[in-house]
Design a protein around this ligand. Sequence first.
Ligand code: BES
Ligand code: ZN
Ligand code: ZN
Length: 497
Amino acid sequence: MVEILFGKLALPKDGVLVLPVGEELPLTGEAAMLDETLGGTLSQAMQAAEFKGKAGQSLNIYHAGPYKRVVLTGAGKEDAPRRALLLGAAIVSALGKESEAAILTHGFTSKEAAEIGLGARLRGYKFDKYRTTQKPEEKAKLKKLKLLTASPKEAETAWESAEAVAKGVEFTRDLVTEPANQLYPAEFAERLEGLKKLGVKVEVFGQKELEKLGFGTMLSVSQGSVREPRMVVMQWLGACGHGDDKKAKKPRDPLVFVGKGVTFDTGGISLKPAAGMEDMKWDMAGAGTVSGLMAALAGRKAKVDAIGLVGLVENMPSGSATRPGDVVKSYAGKTVEILNTDAEGRLVLADVLYYAQERFAPKFMVNLATLTGAIIVGLGHEYAGLFSNSDELVGKLVDSGEAVGEKLWRMPLAKEGEAYDKELDSAIADVKNIGGGRAGGSITAAQFLQRFVNGTPWAHLDIAGMAWGAKDAGVNPKGATAFGVRLLDNFARGFEG
Ligand code: BES
Ligand code: ZN
Ligand code: ZN
């Protein structure tokens, strides 16, 4: 983890110094002074290397005066979206194996300096807890970044809330990266109990409680596994006007977030092919994101009432597993004919979504799930699929995502009884868990969820293409992205007083 510190906007004595430069950000102030002290080394190097300071570019000058290394980093265009955030990420990538550095954030406000810090912290994430033979020089490199800015106090205040979001993202990435032998439903739930220290109310439901509630579709997924299922309900009641009596606190018009938490998806009896099956350790990314979001909201004491619910199961084939053709009864009372045991995420969500509505009467309900491979075919790894029954909610979510660089693309959702929906009619039960064929697979999955939504303004985010990155990109190092945490944190900001 990269520690982010702030200091006065002045040249440090020695060490590694990062200088943002760009077409609209020439070497001015302290940077110009430094260039002068160094006899024009920086400006000459920029000329010689034809360094224009485009976003993502960098130029190294070693042994420049008292500095071990000066890193000129492209500051990009002034009006580029998320310029400071992406600069922070680019700096971490440019610094490579360096362990400490200072950044002279001339040309940026102190609030932007905190944003640079956030970009750096997010990009500097590393998961190396299972490496025991790594040499020190191979270990997580960057330890400390000091941002030099006009008002360190102001930057620190902005950083308090940014760091809470960073911690939420890191919590999500840790959960998503864990292998499934380490992170199974009970262990996941236990880690969520840790959110209590942030002031989150955490309730855990086990096998017996879920049976008593009648969570028939969710339990049909976990019944083939030796790992017991869990549902975890997390409540962050931060809205004003609750009064002092903590016990009397009840959520008011809460925002409700629901996550698919399949800690491993083999497909069950409808077994997946071997190639790439290891990816299914991150089939709990929806639940991981909801968890990190709750950590972020509580960590920055957001003035909203937000409830997070996660359905945690492992989908395994065994003698006790659900068979294709089985009929089960959902918590909502509807019967479901399970024709493909690999379409399990929707079975988990059906029960949890219905429970969430009944108990919390959400103002808005948003679920996240690595639900279908088909969404990757349709949208690739640029946009998550967004399905919703509310134009208002769509507008808010798309805008919230755009602002943080987590993009959503709206997909069709039909009313009940219309074409896409009709595909789910079963010959012997109220609904079946897959559509007629492969065509429109992400849409029929969303239609299935909608059958368990009771008029609540609701959105479903299919994040199958976004939860895991094959390579470093922007603020995301290769691996778990925590897509959705910053988007929904930003969405929640729209409801704060
Ligand atoms: N977890 C998968 C979807 C998935 C695929 C996520 C690839 C991430 C990467 C989901 O449970 C699944 O298996 N869906 C099936 C549905 C089908 C059986 C109707 C799919 O997409 O093939
Ligand atoms: Zn599946
Ligand atoms: Zn799945």
